[in-house]
Design a protein around this ligand. Structure first.
Ligand code: GLC
Ligand code: GLC
Length: 814
């Protein structure tokens, strides 16, 4: 069944039932201040880094689900009855409940006992704060006396410590309250220069800052003692659990509507100006007060919301398409692009499944995320590339992750994932194809953030590629290291100890196990790097990369081909993985997807054979699984992969991230019907009707859908933060619709379903708007292009030389 519907006109998903199968979330903020918000107002906020600068507290994996949030309560001061218009935390039966998740905002509300209330939550552009804009309307025919309470539980900044180090935490909590504004300043007295603040647009009838005073002993958020009693207690927190709570009393005539604004913000003071007066312990509020005042004014709030809307109009306006398939349109035009912003910002750090504590930004992940993001804000993509490259090690290898706040490589997961360096080439290449900004290659970038070690970015790409040349195994294939794209293929970790990390433990010398996937990736990155080198006039070097790429392709043909499909790897014993000779795990998606994406075997039938095998053995109606047969038991010599029960995650789950590699491979074979069919199987919008099975949000991709070996076949998990977002966007836009960025300009080369009569699209590219119309005259994929009425050769649209800012492209497929 469905739990809501798409409102494409407003770019919203409207949830009409609060008890969705799982919390369905949205992201607030897209620059430095971020929050996640569920359809019942659960979630939390942070500044830049979900672990190190957590602003509000959240209870992961709680009972009931999804606890800790931006909670508003209303209380009928005549009857004493109270409820939450967002359903949680009181969970009253509400009338007309809805949650509209939109681009950077969510509006949640309902009607209860004749009182309608909606809260619009959003983060204004360029500000480090969030607005809760509450509208309350009295639909009764009598006047209503309503108290509204807004509450937030503060996190003591380091989310990991906050959840564990209670012997300290229960002593450090501090607040100030001044002019009705609550300031959370734990640790401000010592080394922190930042604090949070919580303000309210109306004179408050009371506040609380101590959690127990607000909730009462042994009570939870569903029944705070103060809300029940109708009066906050003006408590000041010393230690324990600082919160912010405001109470506002409203007298509403019949039909009357009122708006209130609550604002939660984050502020950093210059360290020399922390206190006012200087030798006191009181926060200097001079610098933050103008911001507070600005957003307590409803007109400014409205302006800020309009600015946010405009921001998203601009971002999404870069590419819009109109095809015969509604699911394609709404994902490409709205939700998939939007999800790409979230993955760009968060990498894999903060979602309902990623606690924000465990992982920083991944080197491999963030580079791939650029594929779906670079067209929206190229300047931020540029900055990200330089940040990532600065964490690269002098060997060309990479820390697997870095902390967004410090921009330093984080050694928690270490390095030595031998695919990592190549993704930098992929990311930089995507940037160059989008922008034509060759200057990025000359930017001096350090290694391992070591001052003095700066080299041009181009040098980093060279080392990335050479990294693999220096690490070839017995068959001449790349050594896998700790793992390749598949984090769970840990062929150098034989672990028998429960809880031991598969990613950090290496107890083999690493000189035998090889990856056919990295080989395919290297063929691809070699071609990309060669193209970049030629464009820079480095012809000999380009030749070298082309040569290495071709040599590796030959090695794949000889040692990476299993007869009908590409092998996956050789393990530490030199045994094959992903071969017909294996008992389980006979065929894997990654090597077959990536090798065909890279164009290997297009001419000699191997690509066609490999993808036919994928279709036959791995494809299911819910998507393509990682491998078959699933591993039915634990194989110590292959690492984490078989630690998962069959059908989940890397053990034969439908890992949506890699499905697009097969889609792209199919387009390279000219199979538009199949490519789009695969695309549709995992398209969340197309799965909306099976909400009870799919369970995750129908508007964003999930990392994984349980595979056919799992009892819950078809159930999605780990929505939002996944490489699936960027890769699906890239596959549908650049390969199926075929509107592809190249170093030389925009290429138009669709491989669409045969029954599509065509489509239209608008693309802003390097300062020019391309109005594109594709018509189908025959069932094939050859295209005849006219540009502003003139026929051109080939499929790459030459950039206008006469300063035109708008170009009309017509393509006829036959
Ligand atoms: C997760 C990781 C990604 C990895 C994938 C497969 O999505 O973030 O880096 O490639 O799993 O293991
Ligand atoms: C990736 C994989 C996950 C694995 C993790 C280890 O996220 O998807 O299965 O446990 O990496 O870091």
């Amino acid at each position: 069944m469905k739990y809501g519907y798409f409102d494409d006109l407003h770019r919203e998903y409207v949830i009409t039932q609060p008890d969705t199968p799982l919390p369905w979330i949205n992201y607030l903020g897209c620059q430095a201040y971020f929050g996640i918000i569920s359809n019942t107002a659960g979630g939390y906020s942070f500044y830049r880094d979900a672990r190190l600068r957590r602003i509000s507290r959240y209870r992961y994996n709680n009972v009931p689900m999804d606890f800790g949030g931006r909670y508003i309560y209303l209380r009928d001061d005549d009857s004493g009855e109270f409820w939450s218009p967002s359903w949680q935390p009181t969970r009253h039966e509400l009338k007309d409940y809805s949650c509209r998740h939109g681009m950077g905002y969510s509006v949640i509300g309902s009607t209860y006992s004749g009182i309608e209330a909606h809260t619009r939550y959003f983060v204004p552009i360029d500000e480090n704060l969030e607005i809760w804009q509450l509208t309350v309307t009295n639909h009764r025919d009598t006047k209503a006396s309503i108290s509204s309470f807004a509450s937030i539980e503060f996190c003591l900044w380091d989310a990991q410590d906050d959840a564990t180090n209670f012997q300290r935490n229960f002593n450090t909590g501090q607040v100030e309250v001044e002019d009705g504004v609550i300031y959370h300043k734990t640790e401000y007295r010592e080394r922190r220069d930042h604090f949070a603040w919580f303000a309210c647009s109306e004179p408050a009838a009371g506040f609380d800052t101590q959690r127990e005073a607000f909730l009462g002993k042994y009570r939870s958020w569903d029944k705070p003692a103060t809300v029940e009693a109708g009066q906050l207690t003006n408590s000041i927190a010393h230690g324990w659990q600082p919160i912010g709570a405001h109470q506002v009393k409203l007298e509403l005539a019949p039909g009357e509507s009122r708006q209130l604004v609550f604002v939660l913000g984050y502020h950093e003071n210059p360290s020399a100006q922390k206190f006012d007066p200087p030798h006191s312990q009181t926060i200097n509020k001079k610098l933050v007060k103008p911001t507070i005042a600005r957003y307590l004014d409803l007109n400014n709030v409205e302006d800020a919301f309009q600015k946010l809307q405009q921001h998203w109009n601009n971002l999404l306006g870069v590419f819009q398409v109109n095809t015969p398939d509604v699911h394609t349109n709404r994902m490409v035009n709205i939700w998939n692009a939007y999800q790409c912003m979230a993955t760009f910002n968060m990498s894999r750090s903060a979602s309902l499944y990623e606690s924000g504590i465990g992982r920083g930004l991944g080197f491999r992940d963030s580079n791939q995320d650029l594929l779906g993001f670079v067209h929206m804000v190229p300047t931020r993509a540029r900055e990200r590339i330089l940040d990532l490259a600065a964490t690269q090690l002098p060997t060309g290898g990479a820390y697997h992750q870095y902390q967004p706040l410090t921009k330093r490589g984080n050694n928690d997961i270490g390095g030595g994932f031998n695919d990592d360096p190549h993704w930098l080439i992929v990311g930089v290449s995507a940037y160059l194809k989008e922008t034509g900004d060759w200057s990025i290659l000359d930017e001096p970038v350090p290694y391992d953030n070591e001052p003095g070690s700066e080299q041009p970015l181009y040098d980093h790409l060279q080392r990335s590629f050479n990294y693999t040349l220096d690490r070839l195994g017995p068959h001449g294939l790349p050594l896998i290291g700790r793992a390749d794209w598949n984090d769970c293929l840990n062929l150098n970790c034989f672990s028998e100890t429960p809880g031991q990390s598969f990613q950090i433990t290496t107890n083999k010398d690493g000189k035998v196990a090889e990856s056919v996937f990295i080989a395919g990736l290297m063929v691809y990155s070699g071609q990309e790097l060669a193209a970049i080198a030629s464009r820079r006039g480095l012809h000999a070097e380009a030749e070298k990369y082309r040569g290495e790429s071709a040599r590796m392709e030959a090695v794949i043909r000889e040692h990476g081909w299993d007869g009908e499909w590409f092998l996956r790897a050789y393990d530490d014993f030199g045994n094959k993985l992903g071969s017909k000779d294996c008992d389980e795990g006979k065929i894997f998606i990654e090597s077959n997807g990536f090798c065909t994406l890279a164009g290997i075997g297009l001419e000699d039938g191997r690509a066609a054979s490999a993808l036919a095998a994928v279709g036959e053995r791995l494809a299911t109606r819910h998507g393509i699984v990682v491998q078959q047969p699933a591993y039915s038991k634990y194989y110590m010599q292959w690492g984490e992969i078989s630690s998962y029960p069959p059908g989940y995650k890397e053990n034969a789950g439908i890992f949506c991230h890699v499905n697009p590699w097969v889609m792209i491979g199919e387009t390279r074979l000219g199979h538009g019907d199949l490519a789009h069919d695969y695309y549709s199987r995992i398209n969340p919008s197309a799965r909306e009707e099976i909400g009870d099975l799919h369970r995750c949000e129908p508007y964003v991709y999930a990392q994984m859908i349980a595979g056919k070996d799992a009892p819950s076949f078809g159930e999605a998990k780990n929505s939002w933060l996944t490489g699936t977002a960027a890769w699906n966007y890239y596959a549908i836009v650049q390969w199926i619709l075929g509107i592809r960025t190249t170093l030389d300009g925009l290429q138009i080369s669709p491989v669409i379903p045969t029954n599509w009569p065509g489509f239209t699209a608008t693309r802003s590219y390097r300062g020019v708007t391309y109005q594109i119309t594709i018509d189908r005259a025959g069932p094939g994929n050859s295209i005849a292009l006219t540009i502003d009425g003139l026929t051109i050769e080939g499929s790459v649209v030459p950039p206008p030389t006469d300063g035109r800012k708008e170009v009309t492209v017509k393509g006829v497929l036959s």
